[in-house]
Write a protein that binds this ligand. Structure first.
Ligand SMILES: Nc1ncnc2c1ncn2[C@@H]1O[C@H](COP(=O)(O)OP(=O)(O)OP(=O)(O)O)[C@@H](O)[C@H]1O
Length: 248
């Protein structure tokens, strides 16, 4: 099966010839959920910016559904949905208008738009906020709007940056349920988070970034073997071993 996301020998960053991520190699297949973990400044957001096409590779390549960002920008961007760490909303548009704009950008028909809007608003307890403006919402509600926009369209790839911050426990549960549902339908996920216990439960594989390089990658089992960890080691224990380069 062809990968949804394929990153080969990727080096990149903000200043030409001064990469902050180096020689990254990984791919994500349909139906896989992959956790991207690393300390502050490890390069997670920079990697995500390369996937979104906001930064150009200095060497190597990023392909989503077989396309590089320069091949066909519309199709490239239409292949993924992104949930940023901090909500970015248009203050002059209501929540329903945000959703409608996303539906138009991704070519979603109006029947699917109406149906999914009702379901998502119900799942995130936002039905009575659909015609409100963002400035009248709480921080967590604004985050829910970003999530609803991403899940309104059903792209092959979801790129999600620190999704659990700010959400209440019901919101977290709704998000995780949706992720599992979309994964079962074949969607691929890249999730960056510091909440390692949740990633451990939900992700199939992990990529540990350290100082811009992949320090370890694989399933929990593979990380345990390569870090010389006992079978009961948690992702948190393994992460500590890997980034400290020593034994737990
Ligand atoms: N806009 C920018 N311009 C220049 N350097 C940047 C910029 N954004 C990040 N960096 C640098 O790139 C490196 C990787 O940062 P990045 O934001 O990718 O880390 P991160 O793993 O996402 O960290 P965090 O967990 O804190 O969000 C850091 O050294 C950081 O200082």
């Amino acid at each position: 099966m062809d990968p949804v996301l394929e990153i080969k020998e990727l080096s990149g960053g903000y200043i030409w010839n001064r990469p902050v991520i180096r020689e990254l190699d990984f791919s994500i297949h349909p139906g896989e959920m992959v956790g991207l973990i690393g300390l502050n400044g490890a390069g997670k957001s920079t990697t995500i910016k390369h996937i979104l096409g906001l930064l150009a590779p200095q060497t190597g390549s990023v392909r989503v559904m077989g396309l590089e960002r320069g091949d066909d920008t519309g199709r490239y961007r239409g292949s993924f949905a992104y949930v940023p760490e901090a909500p970015e909303l248009y203050e002059e548009l209501t929540i329903r208008e945000h959703l409608r704009m996303t539906a138009m950008a991704y070519g979603l028909d109006s029947a699917a738009f109406e149906r999914r809007t009702v379901t998502l608003a119900d799942q995130f307890d936002m039905t009575d906020k659909l015609d409100s403006f963002p400035q009248t919402l709480s921080k967590g509600m604004r985050q829910k709007v970003m999530i609803m926009n991403a899940f309104l369209v059903e792209p092959p790839l979801y790129v999600i940056d620190e999704p659990f911050l700010g959400l209440d426990p019901l919101g977290i549960r709704s998000l995780l349920d949706l992720m599992v549902e979309r994964k079962k339908s074949g969607a691929a996920f890249l999730i960056s988070s510091h909440i390692l216990s949740t990633l451990e439960t939900y992700c199939d594989r992990f990529i540990v970034l350290h100082r811009g390089r992949i320090a370890a990658k694989g399933t929990l089992q593979q990380l345990r073997s390569s870090a010389g960890g006992a079978p009961e080691k948690t992702l948190d224990d393994l992460f500590y071993t890997i980034v400290k380069g020593g034994a737990t």
